[in-house]
Ligand binder design. Sequence first.
Ligand code: CS2
Length: 485
Amino acid sequence: MSPRLSETTLPQARAEAIRPAYDRAESRIGVVHFGPGAFHRAHQAFFFDRMLTRDPGLAISVVSLRSDAVRAALEPQDGLYSLLEREAEPSLRVIGAIREVLTAPGDPEAVFARLTDPMVRLVSATVTEKGYCLTPAGDLDTSHPDIRRDLADPARPSTLVGWLVEGLRRRRTAGLPGLTALSCDNLSRNGDAWRRTALQFARARGEADLARWIEGEVAFPGSMVDSITPATDEALRTEAEQALGLTDAWPVQRERFAQWVIGGDLGADAATFAEAGVILTGDVAGFERAKLRLLNGAHSTLAYVGLALGVATVAQAMAEPRLAAFVEALMRREIAPTVAAPAGLDLDGYIGEVLTRFRNPAIVHKLSQIAWDGSQKLPVRLLATLDDALTQNLPIDRLATGVAAWMLFVRRQAGAGEALVDPLARDLVAVARTCTGEPAADVARFLALDAVFPRRLAQSPRLRAALEAGYASLSSPNARAEFAA
Ligand code: CS2
């Protein structure tokens, strides 16, 4: 086995491996990031790695909210890890932007020390949709057990919003200025959602003054993040070791395409972000909507329809001509008419690029990974689009087929006794247990889940009929043959 990647062994890495282009010893922490999963390490940390060549004050302290796994993997590696870009010509780079790895429950004071570090000016997050603890209307869910716990004991938080607000309270007490809080999750208007929940949380703590201070001192820019990042597996570990000549406990991978669009004020850091390739715009909501509806909406549809038809990965699904044609028609005919292209984005071209990315044969992106957390993803990715399409009397059959495929997925997982990765798993399994396979009855049971389906959608006869038709066609034993017919 090769030696483990670290500062000491980095000089022994294979010559082809791209290394940090700055002196790590000179870099200083200016960013605290919550949620150092594969996506953060493959995306934002890569951009910060570029920025560090210009500004040594933008190294990252990453904070895991629960698991100690990232710290255990990266601490012995001095925060270093490899990022494999998978294309026809793959490349491997060692990312050096992470200078500190903390596990919040294990070392809360170290997290607060960072949040109150005068050099820290940015707090970012990738905690997935469920990490924001939102109600379907987009407010802070104060009945959420984790939020209730954090409100009862705010000095020892467990949620993203709890950490941010307590960190800001301490910053204010210390007489420090506010900072920029940058959400990098696939939520619509992610910056506004984080801001709103932070203010609601501060008020629910009985700290109206703090809420006012946050309003004035903390910027919450919105952002759109995009790069297809399959989970790390053994094949990647082996490949990274071969390409690096060193062992890496937790390499990450993605396609070469990586886009980060930020709307709002980054103050003095704006030029550094722009030079690193981040797009700064006044209309981030437009980019966000195009990406969430077209890319993520198509992804989730491919996941549930593909799994119903016995397909395992995105590229395999795209290799089935009818499935590929279905997804293209979904994007062009049903989703695109609900998306107003922001200036500088040609929707037709964008759809073509997304489809090419889905076909990338170098990427093995499991549909089962995308299928996680459907109750959180569907509202943003498909239901808002359906709502607009119904209002404007646009076609909805393919959109509805994607949602029906999710219902079938839940029912089949529950029926097979397979775990359902979803914060609403208990409710979903309970619904699935009452399903009989009869489309009208099963669809009605799912539509009654008001944490997922807004009433207006649940009550639409047109949607109901389309869901039933999709559910029936995908449940048929010959679905694959019929779908391909
Ligand atoms: C995917 C996304 O897992 C999923 O739900 O749709 O992670 C997708 O790959 C990224 O948003 C692409 O930027």
